[in-house]
Design a protein around this ligand. Structure first.
Ligand SMILES: C[S@@+](CC[C@H](N)C(=O)[O-])C[C@H]1O[C@@H](n2cnc3c(N)ncnc32)[C@H](O)[C@@H]1O
Length: 244
């Protein structure tokens, strides 16, 4: 598996990268996003469940798409030790810098686990990696793709005979949680790049729900066995699938 083999993995359209808004936004807020990504209520349980759903074994290779500041890396690393490989891909350079620093500062009890951790800057809607990999993970990222099902298709191809695991925030389908959807909308607005088209969708939550449904639905279609869980009153959905 070889990450980052293209000269400009983030791609270029008319002289402007399609991910430019995302990079600017997450680049500016990487410092604030990082503690939220690690300490938000129940987020550790989500990350544990994501890592479990990858069904990893020692020596395996796992690729994380849109790894951000690396909040999942320690969970994944534990599951491929010893001898495995964790590769994090993201377009936002400051987020990747934080992820690298955290991986280098790994505390003593885990020293000697002999796991290779690597990060590369790349557009994960067309990741510059070739398989085989044992698992692909995407957390809080599939709702950002205009054609989320097509992106997930590519991830399933990469993890053929392995697992793909998604966890995403979306409006809750539970009647008891509906009053909280306004709060969820506010969180979604502030955590969406201000210049991105999706922030100005007439119905932001409906658009987000459609993209997350499309991503998770495509994963279910491509999987022979799936696991689904919900967290935070249904505002966070996890789907894991074994793909062929
Ligand atoms: C909400 S953050 C989630 C970060 C991390 N997965 C987590 O769970 O904390 C979304 C991340 O996806 C990245 N991202 C969005 N679109 C991307 C793309 N097309 N290619 C690579 N990374 C992307 C952003 O740079 C950002 O770091």
């Amino acid at each position: 598996m070889t990450p980052g083999t293209r000269p400009d993995a983030a791609g270029d359209t008319d002289g402007r990268r399609p991910t430019a808004d995302v990079e600017r936004f997450y680049g500016r807020w990487a410092g604030l996003y990082d503690p939220i990504a690690r300490r938000f209520p129940r987020v550790r349980a989500v990350r544990e469940a994501v890592a479990d759903a990858c069904r990893l074994a020692p020596g395996d290779t796992v690729v994380e798409m849109g790894c951000g500041t690396g909040a999942n890396v320690s969970y994944l690393r534990e599951r491929v030790a010893p001898g495995g490989r964790v590769v994090g891909l993201d377009v936002t350079a400051p987020a990747l810098r934080r992820a690298r620093r955290r991986a280098e500062r790994r505390p003593a009890p885990h020293d000697g686990d002999d796991v290779t951790v690597a990060f590369a800057r790349a557009d994960v809607s067309d990741p510059p990696v070739s398989g085989p990999v044992d698992a692909v993970v995407g957390t809080f990222v599939s709702g950002m793709f205009a054609d989320a099902a097509a992106v997930v298709d590519g991830w399933c191809d990469l993890a053929a005979d392995g697992h793909v695991v998604l966890a995403d925030g979306a409006p809750s389908r539970r009647p008891a949680a509906r009053p909280l959807n306004a709060l969820f909308r506010a969180v979604t607005v502030v955590s969406t790049p201000p210049t991105a088209r999706l922030r100005y969708e007439r119905d932001l939550l409906a658009g987000l729900r459609e993209r997350v449904d499309a991503a998770h639905g495509r994963l279910r279609e491509r999987s022979t066995a799936t696991a689904s869980r919900e967290f935070l009153l249904g505002f966070v959905r996890l789907t894991g699938g074994r793909v062929e």
